[in-house]
Write a protein that binds this ligand. Structure first.
Ligand SMILES: [Cu+2]
Length: 403
């Protein structure tokens, strides 16, 4: 297939003009003193958009389907919602004064908000943005949800009563409050849900808590001022953002021992992992940039962003190749044109099971549960019709051009 030259140049102009166009997974960085979010294409390794948000962007999370970004305005009383297709604000959700940390439940349905100024945690429906429930927690700062979706832990910073507060997500009640001596800064579940990695002000170590007993079971020594520690699913090393020396410290999750460190920018603040699990993005609040760090030790890439970047969240899926989403019992887009050799990834973003059956007889998927994906490469030109294996009235086509 040869593209009409006028059409081709119009398409190129459209891609250049559209800030949302990205080759890779996008990262969203909250610039605390700018009241903006910087959008970075993690494959092109550059800034592609800047989005104004509610004052004091603090917490940032991305919905499981990568469609919406939630940003808490810590100096305001609302969340800004960014639509990742356009990288524009699609909604503003009033949640109460001074929202800080955010977390999404593993089923993707609930957004938990630490409403610091009103001493409560709010449950926001990810689909409708309605506040469905609140749980009283004194001065909530950050929160983390276990991989089984049963419990959330909240760092509670009430002076004289520092605690890790445990919320039962089924009953939406406080199940326990674990007193700690120093101000808890952040806490993160490990991928198996057994351990929590907790940082505290004035403690040069990460405290490892057993989530069954709520007792500290190990300490990982760090440099001055560890801010956040993570053991991401699929990563071989745990990571700790250490503010004093400006480094990302690595640790062995089996022995809880430090194994090395990688220099990043000034006063690093937060970290998130890229799809694939080999690279992470670290925000540097003191040098107004982010560091793209190869965990295997490759060169660190520095990307300038706005003023005082704090939180960062990276889309869960890699952006390479074309994507089709299954939603509301339809393929979107139903007509997709790609080049020879490209691949397409289908994802079930619906609440019901679907499937994929190709007219050419190539292997598909008899059953694709919500959240599941399927990829196929198209090495030969042609028109490839397909249907949903469960609902044959759901029809669509991939057209593969000859370049
Ligand atoms: Cu279907």
């Amino acid at each position: 297939m040869k593209l009409n030259p006028i059409l081709a140049s119009a398409l190129a102009a459209l891609l250049l003009a559209n800030p949302a166009f990205a080759a890779g997974a996008k990262a969203y960085v909250g610039n605390f003193k700018d009241d903006t979010v910087s959008v970075i294409d993690t494959t092109a390794q550059r800034l592609i958009a800047t989005v104004p948000v509610a004052a004091g962007p603090d917490g940032i999370v991305i919905a499981r389907n990568d469609r919406q970004v939630f940003v808490s305005g810590a100096s305001a009383s609302s969340l800004s919602v960014i639509d990742t297709a356009s990288d524009r604000i699609s909604d503003t959700v009033e949640v109460g004064k001074g929202p800080q940390g955010l977390a999404i439940t593993p089923d993707g349905r609930w957004l938990l908000v630490a409403v610091n100024g009103e001493d409560r945690v709010a449950f926001v429906d990810v689909a409708t943005h309605a506040v469905a429930a609140t749980v009283p927690v004194p001065k909530p700062h950050t929160l983390t949800v276990g991989p089984d979706g049963k419990k959330a832990y909240v760092s509670s910073q009430a002076p004289g009563a520092f605690a890790l507060v445990v919320i039962d997500l089924a009953t939406r009640k406080v199940a326990a409050s674990v007193p700690v001596e120093k101000t808890p800064r952040d806490l993160e579940f490990g991928p198996d849900g057994k351990m929590l990695y907790v940082t505290m002000a004035g403690v040069s170590a990460v405290q490892v808590f057993d989530a069954a007993s709520n007792k500290p079971v190990a300490q990982i020594p760090t440099g001055i001022s560890p801010h956040v520690a993570h053991l991401f699913a699929g990563a071989r090393s745990g990571v700790v953002v250490v503010q004093g020396p400006g480094e990302l410290m690595l640790f062995d999750p089996a022995t809880q021992a430090p194994t090395g460190s990688i220099a990043v920018g000034k006063q690093p603040h937060w970290v998130d992992i890229l799809p694939g699990g080999k690279k992470v993005l670290v925000t540097n609040e003191g040098s107004n940039d982010v560091s793209l760090v190869d965990l295997a030790g490759g060169p660190v890439v520095t990307i300038p962003v706005g003023n005082a970047p704090r939180k960062v969240a990276v889309q869960h899926r890699a952006g390479s190749g074309a994507r089709v989403s299954i939603e509301n019992f339809a393929f979107g887009p139903a007509q997709l044109a790609i080049n020879v050799g490209d691949s397409v990834t289908w994802t079930n973003d619906d609440g019901a099971p679907h499937g994929l059956a190709f007219a050419d007889g190539a292997p598909g998927m008899a059953l694709m549960l919500p959240g599941q994906s399927f990829s196929r490469a198209f090495p030969k030109p042609g028109a490839y019709d397909y249907v949903c294996a469960v609902h044959p009235y759901m029809t669509a086509r991939v057209t593969v051009g000859a370049q």
